[in-house]
Design a protein around this ligand. Structure first.
Ligand SMILES: Nc1nc2c(c(=O)[nH]1)N[C@H]1C(S)=C(S)[C@@H](COP(=O)(O)OP(=O)(O)OC[C@H]3O[C@@H](n4cnc5c(=O)[nH]c(N)nc54)[C@H](O)[C@@H]3O)O[C@H]1N2
Ligand SMILES: Nc1nc2c(c(=O)[nH]1)N[C@H]1C(S)=C(S)[C@@H](COP(=O)(O)OP(=O)(O)OC[C@H]3O[C@@H](n4cnc5c(=O)[nH]c(N)nc54)[C@H](O)[C@@H]3O)O[C@H]1N2
Ligand code: SF4
Ligand SMILES: [Mo]
Length: 729
């Protein structure tokens, strides 16, 4: 980034920082949740510690949380608004005032709305941020149905929406009851490195202290897999087949909880008949997991009490996402582990529903949401909070069909890094008339914008945090303790923009909305009071269904989903082979003979973030891909060599990490890589970016529109020395 030296001061009032002292807050360097103590001296953040009072981390912080001071005070933080001063994406910028930035954004956006309709303005955001729902709120206030987030069809929300159809609510693992599960099943989830995804990594670690019997479903031998009694090392993308076979064993061997099933579920007989063909031997051929191991896992999970399922996003990265989730979610149901201590529970809802203002959209406008004609679980009636379908949105940017999308306002998403098929993402973004990017740092994506806005990081803003997410059994206050440059929280930006555009909604102060949410949660606290006490934890009630049943059409957990059936989707879970696999695409497999998975989380970085923090980077300098030593030897690759990993979409390079903990037929690559230390405007985004390999073309999950981030076909070759500075593309 090059910034012309035309300094301009802030015309908006600078909110007062907290001065000096130690303040309670909540870390949000990932999805957030760990209680934190922020030490401030003369308006500067000088120390961050884990809050020993927090039930979620009990005084601990992970490597990312530990370096918060480095993040907040980083010299490369964006500190004032910027306007592009040369051709798009060429890296020249001038400093402008907030006033000028707000004015220009308002004018451009309102002009586009006037000419092409509100739907031609799309909002984008990133995963699990403090402001994620505010992005939908602002879009709806503006009149647009098109807002999006790379996780909505691929991460967490498929589980949320599917569970709401099946259970009437979203269940989470019960880590705070004090009852230790006898068995823990980690499915496509590695929460000791990742999380929180309904829990914090510390809850998961604490549960392990009680020595549960562990089952892990993962193609990689993670730390958890090494500790597991049964490790199911499946072929990536075949989770649906594995789950169906486990259900087959539990029902076939009469290991299910007959009492719970008969009292509380709908469609058990239909499910039992449906899974009869899905024997462990049938699944072995598909999943590569020996039938005996499938039986052992099913028996262990069914016989242990309580047994806990802790699941992750790996099952949401293939186009059979909804049915895979449905199948996996049935394991705790048929074994009677629902709303019991140490099992799967529904939280107590200490925060009210977020006022997303979706009621501001007419039915016609809702129907215009990109993807709404097909993906009802993402964009329509089956979604808790409907969002636009990313590939359809990108197509509208590129082709103007079904209607033009002319502006993209991005608040906290590194689009070039985290959306599938990055080359096509670039092509789409370059077609826009107007792009805004609010971020903590200049990123390769922000370099494509017309206006860049400096966002506040978590110690610089007020918010409410509810964890376990959605169920919100612990409600915490995140509070502003410092002011960096002219940075503002995204929430404040939306209010300022709504006022500037004279929108009828989204203009009230942020704290009013926080108070509304708290009032609706019924804890009897205002935000100011919550800030004082740090967190609140409504007392947990178990087996709530005994009084009120389940909030589904049949009042029961719907193993056979009447809602999915009504929307035109399959009411019982089925197996679908990933579209680019050795079985479904043998002609591709001839040239790309390895199965690729991407994205297993790195404990030192959050998605595409934190590569500019030296204390984290020294623990994990380069992108690394897992390869079996036999495969590496065959390809002439040694430990630490740079390897080309190539799919039909493109190629990129990562360093070889040799491990026998991966099948010789499988490659795992890290995602989120770019190199802030390399020259602008690209910052090395095309070198090691996993999403040069992934696919955003059909087929998609029929209900959710999910595209393929995992279970693809690739080939690997050693990177031969090349001239310095040569572009890998
Ligand atoms: N190949 C592959 N691709 C994947 C995945 C995978 O496993 N494999 N995982 C997918 C999943 S599950 C997800 S959720 C997505 C995540 O994708 P993203 O949500 O895009 O991920 P991040 O890199 O965490 O965040 C994006 C940006 O937000 C900025 N930021 C941080 N805090 C704030 C803030 O408070 N305000 C603003 N304005 N900006 C902020 C960061 O600096 C960063 O540039 O990636 C998806 N992409
Ligand atoms: N430190 C850190 N924490 C994070 C993040 C981060 O980037 N860094 N990202 C956050 C985000 S956005 C999310 S969604 C969560 C994700 O966190 P998790 O849900 O834990 O997801 P991953 O670590 O991507 O994948 C979990 C495991 O799935 C395995 N896996 C890969 N392919 C398959 C498959 O086909 N089937 C099965 N069963 N397993 C497979 C991987 O090897 C990995 O060990 O973590 C969040 N927390
Ligand atoms: S796990 Fe997340 S919330 Fe906890 S310290 Fe690490 S980054 Fe912060
Ligand atoms: Mo995610």
């Amino acid at each position: 980034m090059t910034v012309a030296a035309t300094a301009a001061g802030a015309e908006l009032p600078q909110p007062a920082a907290a001065g000096s002292g130690v303040f309670k807050s909540v870390c949000r360097s990932c999805h957030g949740g760990c209680g934190a103590l922020l030490e401030v001296a003369e308006g500067k953040l000088i120390k961050v510690r884990g809050d020993p009072d927090s039930p979620l981390n009990k005084g601990r912080l992970c490597p990312i949380g530990t370096v918060t001071v480095d993040l907040v005070n980083h010299p490369d933080r964006l500190k004032y608004p910027l306007r592009r001063s040369g051709p798009r994406g060429k890296g020249s910028w001038e400093r402008i005032s907030w006033d000028a930035a707000l004015e220009e954004i308002s004018e451009r956006v309102l002009a586009i709305r006037e000419k092409f309709g509100a739907e031609s303005i799309a909002l984008g955001t990133g995963t699990g941020r403090h402001h994620i729902r505010w992005v939908s709120r602002f879009a709806h206030a503006l009149g647009s149905p098109n807002w999006t987030e790379p996780g909505f069809a691929q991460c967490f929300h498929p589980r949320v929406n599917t569970c709401i159809q099946t259970f009437g609510d979203f269940p989470v693992s019960d880590f705070t009851s004090g009852v230790a599960p006898e068995c823990m099943l980690f499915w496509g989830h590695n929460p000791v490195d990742s999380g929180p995804d309904g829990e914090t990594r510390f809850n998961a670690r604490d549960a392990l202290e009680h020595n549960p019997r562990i089952i892990v479903v993962d193609p990689r031998q993670t730390e958890l897999a090494r500790r597991a009694e049964v490790w199911l090392q499946l072929r990536p993308g075949t989770d649906d087949a594995l789950a169906l076979a486990m259900i087959n064993v539990i029902i076939g061997e009469q290991l299910y909880d007959a009492d719970f099933v008969h009292r509380c579920t709908h469609g058990f007989e239909a499910l039992a008949a449906h899974v009869q063909k899905h024997t462990p031997e049938w699944a072995e051929a598909i999943t590569w997991v020996p039938a005996d191991k499938i039986r052992a896992a099913a028996r262990l999970f069914a016989k242990a009490k309580p047994a806990m399922l802790d699941w992750g996003c790996a099952i949401e990265h293939t186009p059979n996402c909804i049915q895979t989730i449905r199948a996996v979610s049935m394991l705790p149901v048929i074994t009677g582990n629902i709303d019991v201590p140490g099992g799967w529970v529904f939280g107590m809802k200490g925060i009210g529903r977020f006022p997303s203002l979706i009621e501001n959209l007419s039915p016609e406008m809702n129907a215009k949401r990109l993807g709404a004609d097909r993906f009802k679980m993402l964009c329509g009636e089956g979604a808790d909070l409907p969002a636009a379908h990313i590939p359809t949105l990108l197509e509208a940017m590129r082709t103007g069909k079904p209607y033009p999308v002319k502006a993209f306002l991005v608040f906290g998403n590194n689009t070039l890094s985290t959306y599938a098929n990055s080359s096509q993402v670039l092509e789409s973004l370059l077609k826009l008339d107007f792009m805004v990017c609010a971020d903590l740092f200049m990123t390769p994506t922000a370099e494509l914008a017309d206006i860049v806005l400096p966002a506040a990081s978590w110690p610089e803003l007020d918010q409410i945090v509810g964890l376990p997410t959605v169920a919100a059994n612990v409600v915490m206050a995140q509070q502003k303790v410092v002011q960096i440059g002219e940075c503002r929280s995204d929430e404040e930006m939306f209010v300022a923009l709504a006022r500037r555009m004279k929108l009828p909604l989204c203009t009230e102060p942020v704290e009013d909305v926080l108070n509304q949410q708290l009032a609706a949660g019924g804890l009897g606290l205002t935000f100011a009071q919550l800030k004082q006490q740090g967190f609140a934890m409504p007392a947990m009630k178990y087996r709530k269904y005994e009084a009120g049943g389940f909030k589904t059409p049949t009042g029961r957990i719907e193993l056979y989903s009447t809602r999915l059936e009504k929307m035109g989707y399959a009411p019982l879970p089925y197996y679908a082979e990933p579209p680019e696999s050795p079985i479904s695409a043998p002609q591709v497999f001839r040239d790309y003979p390895l199965v690729l998975t991407t994205g297993g989380r790195i404990p030192y970085f959050f998605n595409s973030e934190h590569r500019q923090l030296p204390n984290l980077r020294k623990a994990h300098r380069d992108p690394q891909a897992d390869i079996h030593p036999d495969t590496a030897a065959r390809l002439g690759i040694a430990k630490g060599d740079w390897m080309w990993i190539e799919t039909r979409r493109g190629r990129m390079r990562q360093k070889a990490r040799l491990t026998t903990g991966i099948d010789p037929r499988v490659i795992n690559v890290e995602f989120g890589w770019w190199f802030p230390e390399e020259p602008a405007p690209e910052y090395g985004i095309w070198k090691s970016n996993a999403n040069l390999l992934t696919d955003n073309q059909p087929p998609y999950d029929p209900a959710m529109g999910t595209y393929q981030l995992r279970a693809l076909l690739c080939r690997v070759a050693k990177v031969e020395p090349e001239p310095a500075g040569a572009s890998p593309r």
